[in-house]
Every structure is written in structure tokens, then in C-alpha cells.
Design a protein around this ligand. Sequence first.
Ligand SMILES: Cc1ncc(COP(=O)(O)O)c(C=O)c1O
Length: 397
Amino acid sequence: MARFSTRAITASTRSPRVEQVPSSVPIYQSAAFSTRDADELGDVLTGAVPGYAYSRIDNPTTNVLGSAIAELEGAEAGLAFATGMAAIHAAIVSVVRAGQTIVVTSAVYGTTRDLLVRILAGLGVATEFVDPRDLALVDAALARTGSPILYVETVSNPTILVSDLAALARVAHDHGALLLVDNTFASPYACRPIEHGADLVMHSATKYLSGHSDVLAGVVVGSRERMDAIRPILVDVGGTLAPLAAWLVLRGLPTLAIRMERHSETAMELAAWLEGQDGVVRVHYPGLPGDPGHELAARQLDVCGGMLAFELAGGRAAGRAFLDAMQLSERTASLGSVRTIVSHPSSTTHRQLDAAALAAAGIAPGLLRASVGLEDVEDLREDFGIGLAAARKASPA
Ligand SMILES: Cc1ncc(COP(=O)(O)O)c(C=O)c1O
């Protein structure tokens, strides 16, 4: 009989054979998978036969997530990543080469902007930012730069600007560029960019897909051919999603539809209420009839989602006062959770931008961004009312 340590190891690592199908995807919390012989390991590692060898490369639980989002987005294939940023990085790097310039919406998430101007710029990739609403400008930028990518967000962070994906896909494809879309704010329940001509779709699955603010994850979906180009980046850079994290996102997906319906309904009610409040200059929510994205949203979004933004008359001081006074909503930078989250971009996510860059990105100093959660709308109105009262007090007379 083997000795104690050997027995402890073999007894505790013997995987059960399960013939029946479990109701939830098992968490394959294993770094590696052993094979019958050297040939099988070689074949799996080189991709000659399907299978599992090492979880940075492939993990059964993590693979289910990539495929599930691909199915929801109407794409051929998908891969899961450790974070949304790892997914966005892999998608961009799979297309662009040193010496090229890429065309990106000026209304883009702050860290995506940093990735472009801090990391990729250092590797010889330049970025030209354009207003995605001006198709002539986008067309000219693509023609001038010969960019292989047009990069936009379905609904922008933090300005809640809706991009016309079908029109942008046509312009991009006319120039031989691919349309890359960050669909985080919309979620595949509200919009499936591939139906509008997008080539690659990225998500921070940290947000609506998982839905509970308890996991970081990212996903890219697209054609099998494009995903084959992304896979080596995932494997070689190692931005792999851990199986437990993949499971947490999978756990969120069955309720995505009902969560998005409720997020959207409550956001619409709050947006309409905010429009009539003293000290609120403007409300950005595509569900509002007066919003510049309203007509486009009606064509492109099945629901308008839970993200809204509003500008306070009192500028930065009012924004801060609102944030500090809230008693129910969370003061943090994330979004897409069961809890309502309010952030003040000019002092948080976009604080690296100077006044000119903030203005170019459409971010007013008094702009607050709300990720409307699943709480009762009456309680949220009360909380926002407390914020507004504090903002009015803090506003310069
Ligand atoms: C629109 C958008 N894209 C991407 C990301 C990055 O996602 P992660 O934090 O999962 O890397 C975020 C994060 O807030 C986001 O809001």
C-alpha cells in the first residue's frame, strides 16, 4: 500500500465519473488535465485533437461561457477573458500592427482610452478619436489613416450616446476596416451588434452579464476566423478567465433578460423624473423622447438599459455634493449590478483628462452617471432627491 502522503494525494484528486447531466455547469477548478499517454498530450497541446491540457489554454467551464455569449450575440465563436480590458486588448491587438493608426470613438471608456494612448501608442499604434455621430468625419478619418479598425461602444461610457452600428459598419467596411463594438452597456439582451454588421463584439462581463458586482470577466465574440486570430493572444498573454469566475458569470445569464427589463423600466422612470428637477440641466437617456439617441435606440435597442447620465447646474461641486449625500446608492465606478451605482466621471474614471479632453469627450464637470439597479423606484427617487438637495446647496449662487 502506498504511504500516507501519496494516499492523501491520490485519494483527494480522484475525479468522479458522472453519467447524469448536472443542472449547473461544473466548476473545473483544475490548472491541468492529465492524458492517457504522451501522444494524447502532444495532440491536445498542439490542437490536433480537441481536449484539455492546461487551463490557461482551455478550461471546460470557461469555454462554456465564451460559447454561451457567442450564442446570445449571434456570433460563431467566443472566448472568455480575465477582465473586459483583457478582452478589448486581445480584440484590438488581433487586428492592428505597429505603424498603423486606428479610429476610435471619442466617447469611449476611460481605461480603453488609456490602453490606446498609453500602452498601444508605445508599441507604435496611433489612435485618432472621432465623434461617431458624424459619419462624414468617421469616413474621412478612415480614409486618411487607412485604419484597420473602427472602434465604438453601442452605448457610450459615460455619456450614454448611442452609436449607429449599421451605418458605422457600412463606413468601416467601405474602407476595408473591421467594426469592433464594446457592447457592455447594452448587453446582448438590448442589442446584438453582429446583426448590425459588427465584426467583433466585446463585453466587460463584470457588468450586466454577471449582474451582481461579484466577479471580473470579459468576453470577445465574432466569426470563427477572427476568433482563431484572437485565441493565440489569449493563450500567450495569459488573460485567461478562472473557472470559478466563469461560473459566476454563467450564473448571471439566465436572469439577464428579466434584469435588463427591470433595469430599463426603472431607469426610464428615474430619467423622466430627473428631467423635471430643479438643478438638473440635462438628462441623457435614450428612452427619453427628447434624447438625441431616441430614434436610433428605437431601431437598434430592444430595451434602453439601466445606464443614464445627468448634468447638474452647479458643475463639479454639485456633482461631488450629490455623490457624498446619497444614502442608498453606491459610490463606486462599476455598473450593471443589482445595486444602483452613481459615479462622477470628472472626478473618478475620467479624472486623467484635462478640461479640453473632458469637453471633447462630452463630459461636463457636473455630469453624474447612474447605473440603475433593481431596487424599488420610489426608494431611488428619494435617494436621488437627497443628492439633488445637497447639490443645490453646494452650487455657486
Ligand atoms: C464600457 C466598458 N468597457 C470595458 C470596461 C472594462 O471592463 P473590466 O473592468 O471588466 O476590465 C468597462 C469597465 O467599467 C466599461 O465600462
